[in-house]
Write a new protein. Structure first.
Length: 268
């Protein structure tokens, strides 16, 4: 019976992390909330769980954006040999993704443990969710004019620092980067693509840095199930979020973040 409970716990956590990772409601914040609500003892400091769930979400992003990734890689390599306007735009897009990765990469390496220790509480998560909800409210109707080829290095830096802010539990990575991107005038499709392609290098970096801490042991089955469910829910949630964005229905996430945030701030 105890083994079944452990399996169900990790299936639940994997599903929760997978579903909340792509949408702007903070996966790390919801893991903290889940622990508080259901008395789950597993710490989100569990490096093996963190690595595997990150990898599952990464695979979902790679699957959905595979055509964009192939085009960007092909055209960027072509630009090195034959410089054309079309290949230049994709080369610069990749360059800006790399630039935007730097703030979160540096701050994460230096201060991630400190940030997690200081800010990991339901009150912090509640405040962060409220801030996310307010930010989403202000950009909900923005259409933007910047396509992939219209971005600048300044856009990349600002979106990069927005991603760094998401190191605080309760601040959604996708929410922070999309709010910043759309606030800078990017079209919704460009903001979405830049945000989720930006997830790739930062996720790969996290996996490479923390892979020495990977330890399956007797927990291989719970971790495997959590991984499978995390991948499935990440894939579904990202597709669903893309549809929500296309319909201009970000207000749903605003309402959710505010209700949950104020709920835990008052009653948590």
């Amino acid at each position: 019976m105890e083994e079944l409970i452990i399996l169900l716990k990790y299936i639940f956590l994997g599903s929760l992390q997978g579903f909340t990772e792509p949408i702007p409601i903070s996966s790390s914040g919801h893991l903290v909330i889940a622990q508080e609500l259901f008395g789950i003892e597993m710490s989100v400091d569990d490096f093996t769980f963190e690595i595997l769930m990150n990898f599952a979400s990464l695979l979902a992003v790679l699957a959905i954006y595979r055509k964009d990734l192939i085009r960007l890689a092909t055209n960027s390599l072509s630009y090195v040999r034959i410089k054309t306007e079309e290949t230049k735009k994709d080369f610069q897009f990749v360059l800006y993704l790399l630039i935007a990765t730097i703030p979160a990469g540096v701050i994460g390496l230096l201060f991630e443990d400190t940030i997690a220790a200081v800010f990991r509480s339901t009150k912090t998560v509640a405040v962060a969710l409220i801030a996310t909800g307010i930010a989403l409210f202000f950009i909900r109707n923005l259409k933007g004019r910047k396509n992939d080829g219209d971005l600048t290095w300044k856009d990349a830096v600002i979106v990069g620092f927005a991603q760094a802010i998401a190191l605080i539990p309760g601040v959604s990575r996708s929410g922070a980067t999309i709010v910043a991107a759309m606030g800078l005038g990017m079209k919704q499709e460009t903001a979405l693509r830049f945000s989720f392609l930006l997830f790739i290098p930062i996720s790969l970096g996290l996996i490479l840095v923390k892979i020495p801490d990977l330890a399956l042991g007797d927990m291989w089955l719970p971790y495997l199930l959590a991984f499978i469910f995390s991948f499935g829910f990440s894939y579904f949630a990202l597709k669903w979020f893309m549809n929500i964005m296309a319909r201009g229905n970000l207000i749903y996430f605003t309402i959710y973040c505010l209700v949950v945030g104020f709920g835990f701030l008052i009653f948590g």
